[in-house]
Design a protein around this ligand. Structure first.
Ligand SMILES: Cc1ncc(COP(=O)(O)O)c(C=O)c1O
Length: 397
């Protein structure tokens, strides 16, 4: 049974560490109580990993640590756009650069008028259900993959909606047949994520688009790892038309700009227009200097090719280290995470072992849904010299 509106899955509520900050009680006993932020539950293990000489090798959060390009940093510093309000939808240059990137790298043509800026994509993911619910108050359900980025679920909760996970298959692809028709009738949207975080699966985006059209449910396709696709070409839902679908993109991973906050959403003109109008009223704006930097980032692909090589090399290196340590893991089809089955299925125990023996901080899989509870996620965002440390600690150097 899906949780009632506003409830929080149990995995958020079980304290893992004594140092965790517990939320303050709600003003009203029936009111919303923000759960502990998942990564805040890792502080005790961070201390254990940090006790190693050389410190903690933090592979918990998927935050880039490699630098953005000089051209991007220069654009950030010299745009002269600090004084005035930036356009919420994004400057014409911003939207054209993003559309040109889609054309060049993904082979999809999208009108700049059917594309709008967002302040990174987390805020869009978290806020979308409330905007969609305002427009369609008779619907109250958000569908998302059962093993996935936690903000799909949290967005539903923050809007007081029902968060209904959809099963994934053995290859971590969303199983559209698992969706209960009664949930489809109530759905505000379906989220898909290719390549997927945390497991690196590649969905059939044509099937997702067709399902949405058949059921009258908008499909939002989170494609922020698109250029880190290892099996086959990059895929976008917009290859299957724009009717009823929206692709969501970010510069955070592509261009190591998670600190600057820039992304966009594009596709169905009616949905993009509605969302961009609502968001303009609410004051969502990518800062002008960031918009200028984003143009430089979308306009260059060489840095992404270098980053691809770095991520793949790190994934392969860590896979090899784990194998020699007795833990088998497959490489993902995309993305920069290793989704490691925990020996004996005990993810917290395995994460503690990684902290104790390797000085590595990992994310227990329940952060990505109860269906992920038997895995840990390793984000290969740290450079090779940090993996040298891991190899030495495990006696594998
Ligand atoms: C699948 C997915 N979507 C969206 C985001 C949010 O990225 P940002 O808000 O930096 O664009 C992340 C970040 O980890 C992610 O993994």
């Amino acid at each position: 049974m899906p949780p009632p509106p506003g409830s929080v899955r149990s995995s958020y509520l079980l304290p893992a560490c004594s140092t965790e900050q517990m939320p303050t009680p709600p003003a009203d006993p029936d009111g919303f109580q923000p759960p502990p932020y998942p990564y805040d539950r890792l502080e005790e293990m961070r201390a254990v990993a940090g006790a190693h000489e050389g410190g903690c090798v933090d592979l918990s959060v998927g935050t880039p640590t490699d630098p953005p390009t000089d051209a991007v940093v220069a654009a950030l510093c010299t745009s002269g756009t600090e004084r005035g309000y930036p356009p919420s939808i994004g400057t014409a240059t911003y939207r054209e650069a993003a559309a040109a990137w889609m054309h060049r790298r993904v082979g999809v043509d999208v009108e700049a008028s059917a594309l709008a800026a967002c302040i990174g994509t987390k805020e869009l993911v978290a806020g979308l259900p409330q905007w969609l619910h305002l427009r369609r108050p008779s619907r109250d359900t958000v569908l998302y993959p059962a093993i996935s980025y936690p903000t799909y679920e949290m967005g539903a909760i923050l809007a007081g909606c029902r968060a209904v996970p959809v099963a994934v298959d053995d290859d971590f692809r969303i199983d559209l047949d698992d969706i209960d028709p009664a949930d489809a009738d109530r759905a505000l949207c379906l989220w898909v994520n290719t390549p997927g975080n945390p497991a690196g699966g590649i969905d059939d985006l044509g099937a997702a688009a067709a399902w949405g059209r058949a059921h009258g449910v908008p499909v939002f396709s989170d494609e922020c790892y698109i250029e880190f696709t290892w099996s086959g070409p990059p895929r976008s839902i917009l290859e299957h038309g724009t009717d009823g679908v929206v692709a969501v993109h970010s510069l955070s991973k592509r261009s190591n700009l998670a600190g600057a906050r820039a992304g966009f959403y594009a596709g169905d003109p009616d949905l993009v227009s509605y969302l961009s109008e609502v968001r303009k009223h609410a004051g969502f704006m990518v800062p002008g200097p960031v918009q200028a930097a984003a143009v430089a980032a979308w306009s260059d692909d060489d840095h992404v090719d270098r980053q691809r090589d770095a991520y793949l090399a790190r994934l392969e290196r860590m896979q090899d280290l784990l194998a020699r340590w007795g833990v088998a893991v497959a490489l993902p089809e995309g993305g920069f995470y290793l989704w490691v089955p925990a020996p004996d299925g005990d993810a917290w125990g395995f994460a503690r072992r990684l902290a104790t023996d390797a000085g590595v901080l990992a994310s227990p899989g329940e952060f990505y849904g109860e269906a992920g509870a038997g895995h840990v996620r390793l984000a290969m965002v740290r450079p090779q010299d940090q993996l040298d440390l891991v190899a030495r600690r495990l006696g594998l150097a």
